[in-house]
Every structure is written in structure tokens, then in C-alpha cells.
Write a protein that binds this ligand. Structure first.
Ligand SMILES: Cc1cc2nc3c(=O)[nH]c(=O)nc-3n(C[C@H](O)[C@H](O)[C@H](O)COP(=O)(O)OP(=O)(O)OC[C@H]3O[C@@H](n4cnc5c(N)ncnc54)[C@H](O)[C@@H]3O)c2cc1C
Length: 330
């Protein structure tokens, strides 16, 4: 690992001021729980001269509820704190379930919400020191024709990574926003707009975050009355594993029929994959019938293009969606 300086920032503004302005300048990076970043350093994926530590900055590890029921989660709140929060479990069940599905108890106790949302993809070509892939400035996405069992079936071209964050899948379904602070001010944007597809932005980044912006908080709006939500995930191992596929579903019911829905898929695309047309299709249907599950599954995956080894993700995701509809409709 290349030697680096560790700088303790006292305020968010100070932290932002220690970061580079130019995207090509990789000399400094933010450190939160360090679980992903330290692996990147050990694998020479990142080689900054300076790490700016966010730990200890007042306010960043706080979780607060505003009078209207909006939840504000500081970027340094741990995944475990989120998982164990009673009101989150009761009112934002999908977020609780996503937090509870992350890694293992040890990982959840150290990993932060900001670090989770900004962690880098798990694609083994990206993670391998030897592979100079598209995401690292190379000319090819090796997953396109290589080992692609864990890669994207939706929105992948030309780089077939999948977004690794389970919290992101649930938070996009809950229509969360993120606040970013830089030396020139503050901006808040929808989490859905924070993440980018490879064809939309730089192949080398997964978000629109500027190099000198610090994510300070995530705002989850008060759920409209009557919302039921769930997050279901399929992983290869029981713990310590990212999603092969995941579904975050929010439903509102009018009697036995769905009056409104929000659906986001995880583990299948380079960003959390919102399914707007499926949300519209679900309106007025009974959630527990086979016809609804089939129609919703077909619509949600209609644009899927499997690579050589990941076609299994299509029925897997449709099965998760069927289970989510049955769970919330029961
Ligand atoms: C074995 C293992 C299994 C895991 N399984 C899962 C899983 O199933 N699901 C899942 O969702 N996650 C999983 N994770 C990820 C884990 O939950 C952590 O969230 C993740 O490693 C990063 O969190 P961190 O706080 O350690 O961030 P760090 O490693 O410190 O930072 C990660 C990245 O985010 C940037 N960053 C950190 N904070 C901010 C901020 N406030 N603003 C802007 N940028 C920031 C850093 O510069 C760095 O690039 C797993 C991790 C491991 C090691």
C-alpha cells in the first residue's frame, strides 16, 4: 500500500477544502468507516497522498426526525444504527430490511451510510490490480465477454458493473435526497439523480459527486399515509455478501387493490433501477394474484439483456418481486 497522510477534519467545510477540485487530481480522498476504501488502497485501485477523516466531525453521526416526519440521516451514522432504530423499522421497513441485509454485524457496526452509498463496485475485473478495464481508464469492459455472473442485465453498456449498495436500492424507493457540501456551498438532489449510468457520465465514476463535495446527510421524506414497504435480497452466501438481485417495493392499498407503488431493483444495474412503468401497471391490481406477479415481473425486466453467465438474474428478480407483492399484499 502506498503511504498516505491521515488528516483529521474538524468541520465539513474544512474536509471539503482539503479535497481536490480537478476530477483528474486523485491526491486526496474522504475516509469514513474505511471498509471499502482501505481495500481499494491495498489493491492499488486508489493511491491518494492524503485521507481526510470524517470521523468525529460534530453532527455527521446524528439521526433526527423533523416535525413533518422527515428522517435526516447523517453520513457518518452506521448501518447498524440505522438497522436498530425502532422508528425506522416501524415506518420505513424497506430501509430497516436493507440495513439488516448488509454484510455482517461487524461490517454494519463500522460501515457508514455515506460510505455505503459511495462504495465502489465489486466487479472482479475492476477490483483486480491486473485488469486495466474501462472503469480504470482502459478501453474494454472485460465483463462484457468474460466472467459476468455477477454483472448487470439492465443499463450496463458499455460498463457492466452493478451498484453494490443495498441502502441505495431502498432509499431510492423511499425517494430520499442527499445533501452535498463543497467550499462553494451546499446542494441537495434526489438520490436517484445522484447515481449515474456509465453511458450518462464518466465510465470511471458512479455518481455526480464533484471531487470536493462531502455527502453530509440523506433525507427520507415522511412516508405518505398507508405506505407498506419491503426490501428483499438474494445473495450467494448467507452473510458477508452483496446482492445478486434485490427488490425494494413500496405499496399503497385501496381495499384489496394497489392504489400506488414504487419499485426499485438492486444488484442488476449500474445504479438502483427504478421501474416507473411497472409502478403504473400495478395500480388497480390485486398484489397477490399470479396474473399481477407475472405482468409486473415481465414489465420490470422487459429491457433486460443478459450476458453469457447472468441470465439467471431475470427469473431471480421476478421471483423476488412476486414475493414482495405477496408479502405486502397479505
Ligand atoms: C465483506 C463485506 C461485505 C459487505 N456486504 C455488503 C452488502 O451486503 N451490502 C452493502 O450495501 N454493502 C456491503 N458492504 C459495504 C459496507 O457495508 C460499507 O458500507 C462499505 O464498505 C463502505 O462504508 P465505510 O463507511 O467503511 O466507507 P469507506 O470505506 O470509508 O468509504 C467508501 C467510499 O466512500 C467515500 N465516502 C465515504 N464517506 C463519504 C461521504 N460522507 N461523502 C462522500 N464520499 C464518501 C470514500 O471516499 C470511499 O471512496 C460490505 C463490505 C464488506 C467489507
Amino acid at each position: 500500500m502506498k503511504a498516505f497522510d491521515l488528516v483529521q477534519a474538524r468541520t465539513v467545510q474544512e474536509a471539503a477544502g482539503l479535497l481536490p477540485v480537478d476530477p483528474a487530481d486523485k491526491s486526496a480522498m474522504l475516509l469514513a468507516g474505511g471498509q471499502d476504501l482501505l481495500t481499494e488502497l491495498k489493491e492499488h485501485l486508489a493511491e491518494p497522498d492524503r485521507l481526510v477523516n470524517l470521523k468525529g466531525i460534530p453532527g455527521l453521526d446524528a439521526m433526527t426526525w423533523e416535525a413533518d416526519g422527515t428522517l435526516v440521516i447523517g453520513a457518518m451514522v452506521t448501518v447498524q444504527d440505522l438497522e436498530e432504530h425502532t422508528r425506522v423499522r416501524e415506518t420505513l421497513t424497506a430501509l430497516h430490511e436493507a440495513a439488516a441485509s448488509v454484510g455482517s454485524p461487524q461490517i454494519r457496526s463500522v460501515g457508514t451510510v455515506g460510505g455505503n452509498l459511495n462504495q465502489r463496485p465489486r466487479c472482479w475485473y475492476f477490483r483486480s490490480e491486473e485488469a486495466h478495464c474501462l472503469k480504470k481508464g482502459g478501453t474494454h469492459c472485460y465483463a462484457a465477454v468474460g466472467k459476468n455472473r455477477y454483472n448487470a442485465i439492465l443499463g450496463g453498456f458499455p460498463s457492466y458493473i452493478v451498484h453494490p449498495s443495498d441502502l441505495a436500492t431502498a432509499l431510492v424507493a423511499l425517494e430520499a435526497e442527499v445533501t452535498l457540501v463543497s467550499p462553494s456551498g451546499e446542494r441537495t438532489l434526489k438520490l436517484d439523480d445522484y447515481f449515474t449510468l456509465p453511458r450518462e457520465g464518466s465510465y470511471q465514476r458512479e455518481t455526480v459527486r464533484l471531487p470536493n463535495e462531502v455527502m453530509t446527510s440523506v433525507r427520507v421524506p415522511a412516508p405518505p399515509a398507508g405506505m407498506r414497504s419491503t426490501f428483499l435480497k438474494m445473495q450467494e452466501r448467507e452473510s458477508y455478501d452483496w446482492a445478486l438481485s434485490a427488490v425494494a417495493l413500496c405499496l399503497w392499498m385501496d381495499g384489496s387493490r394497489i392504489s400506488d407503488a414504487r419499485l426499485v431493483l438492486g444488484g442488476v444495474a449500474p445504479k438502483p433501477w427504478r421501474c416507473a412503468s411497472t409502478e403504473a401497471l400495478l395500480q388497480g391490481r390485486s398484489p397477490t394474484t399470479e396474473a399481477t406477479a407475472r405482468a409486473a415481473g415481465a414489465d420490470a425486466l422487459k429491457d433486460a439483456r443478459a450476458l453469457s453467465d447472468n441470465g439467471y438474474k431475470i427469473p431471480l428478480t421476478q421471483g423476488l418481486l412476486r414475493r414482495a407483492l405477496q408479502k405486502l399484499g397479505a
